[in-house]
Design a protein around this ligand. Structure first.
Ligand SMILES: [Fe+2]
Ligand SMILES: [Fe+2]
Length: 139
């Protein structure tokens, strides 16, 4: 179990309202999953799969709207796709009642991924969005 599960969501905010709100939702779902019994775990894992689709689509839209550099967009989207494929693969197992691998995923692997993804991808994206916003407000 990593720090994500004991850290206050606000302390992970990057300073962009849409991304921070989305990350709070992610954080809330991961916390719920880690406290859930079997039935709730199955329900919340399906919610995590839906959340991940929307979360990544929102960031992709922000990248497109702000003309994010293509090379950074490509590596960022590749990292989203990798985790989305893993969540969907596990969700199919969870839906059949096989939760052991998914429990390890949400307690150990996904929190570590989130921290690393924030540092490598979402943090730089927010810096870019702030610069783009400043440039447009300066005219
Ligand atoms: Fe994100
Ligand atoms: Fe991201």
């Amino acid at each position: 179990m990593t720090d994500l599960l004991t850290t206050r969501p606000e302390s992970l905010h990057l300073g962009h309202p849409i991304i921070d709100r989305t990350h709070d939702e992610f954080h809330g779902l991961v916390a719920k999953l880690n406290a859930a019994g079997l039935v709730d775990f199955i329900l919340h894992f399906a919610a995590l799969a839906s959340h991940a689709e929307e979360h990544f689509a929102k960031e992709q839209q922000l990248m497109r709207q702000s003309h994010y550099p293509a090379d950074q967009m490509e590596t960022h989207l590749r990292d989203h796709l990798m985790v989305l494929q893993e969540i969907n693969r596990l969700n199919a197992m969870v839906a059949r009642g096989s939760v052991a691998a998914a429990r390890v995923y949400v307690s150990d692997l996904l929190p570590v991924w989130f921290e690393q993804h924030n540092l490598a991808h979402d943090g730089p994206l927010v810096s870019h969005l702030k610069r783009a916003n400043l440039a447009s407000s300066l005219g």
